[in-house]
Write a protein that binds this ligand. Structure first.
Ligand SMILES: Nc1ncnc2c1ncn2[C@@H]1O[C@H](COP(=O)(O)OP(=O)(O)OP(=O)(O)O)[C@@H](O)[C@H]1O
Length: 235
């Protein structure tokens, strides 16, 4: 599934927060990197059909992004902030969200979905006992419950400790093998470990769009972190 974004603009009141965004997103893991306030969440929410754009166009394999009903069948979205019923078990949460999206999943199917996010051994644990990283992984499983071709994850590593961050980044590479995964982050390290391509956003504008491996040479830097700092300082 390819996502094509053409001349996308978003204004809040008189303030332009996305300014003429033109990007193409393909199968694999695609990162949206940018500092706080760059417009990452706004972009992901427009792509997920949760908020309207001011102007421009979005297509999902040629389907117009205005076609909310069709697009919502294609997309799984994990917001930055979410919570689960604390007394539901991991298994019950997935069962519940599957029912909400009219999916009838067998026990084996639920366990297999939990396996994809490395939570199968915690299926009987109540969500209130999960760590931040485990909750995030369960959130990813919930976002994938309708078998979406596109998975949109808003800052999925925010607030995780380093070990949990590594676990979830490794998981994205697996998940992105047969899906289009779009994730936002404000740390270059997330991108280095899990993404094939990235877009760097700064103050609502795209300041880099391309392969992760090319960014360092294109910006004439030694590391991805250094390249990122140069890109966001230049604007
Ligand atoms: N509902 C809103 N009304 C007015 N301004 C908004 C609204 N939502 C976001 N903004 C503004 O739009 C800009 C982009 O915000 P956005 O949340 O998309 O950035 P972000 O890159 O996701 O940042 P963060 O990492 O802090 O979430 C910011 O200046 C923000 O204050």
């Amino acid at each position: 599934m390819n996502i094509e974004v053409k001349g996308l603009v978003k204004d809040y009141g008189g303030k332009r927060v996305l300014d003429d965004i033109n990007i193409n997103i393909y199968k694999g893991v695609h990162g949206i990197l940018g500092p706080n306030g760059a417009g990452k969440t706004t972009l992901l929410r427009i792509l997920s059909t949760l908020i309207p754009k001011t102007s421009g166009e979005v297509y999902f394999d040629g389907i117009n992004g205005e076609n909310k009903k069709e697009i919502r069948k294609i997309i799984g979205y994990l917001p930055q902030e979410f919570s689960f019923y604390p007394n539901f078990t991991v298994y019950e949460i997935l069962d519940y969200f599957a029912a909400l999206s009219n999916k009838k999943l067998s026990k084996a199917e639920i366990l297999s979905k939990l396996e994809e996010v490395h939570l199968q051994e915690l299926s009987k644990v109540k969500t209130k006992a999960l760590s931040g990283g485990m909750k995030r992984r369960l959130g990813v499983a919930v976002a994938m419950v309708g078998e979406p071709e596109v998975l949109i994850l808003d800052e999925p590593t925010a607030g995780l400790d380093p070990e949990e961050g590594i676990q979830i980044r490794n998981m994205f590479s697996e998940i992105g093998k047969d899906r289009t995964v779009l994730l936002s982050t404000h740390t270059a390290q997330d991108i280095r470990l899990s993404c094939n391509n990235l877009v760097v956003l700064n103050k609502g504008k795209v300041v880099y769009d391309g392969a992760v491996g090319n960014m360092i040479t294109e910006v004439n830097s030694l590391t991805l972190e250094d390249a990122y700092m140069k890109l966001i300082e230049e604007v």
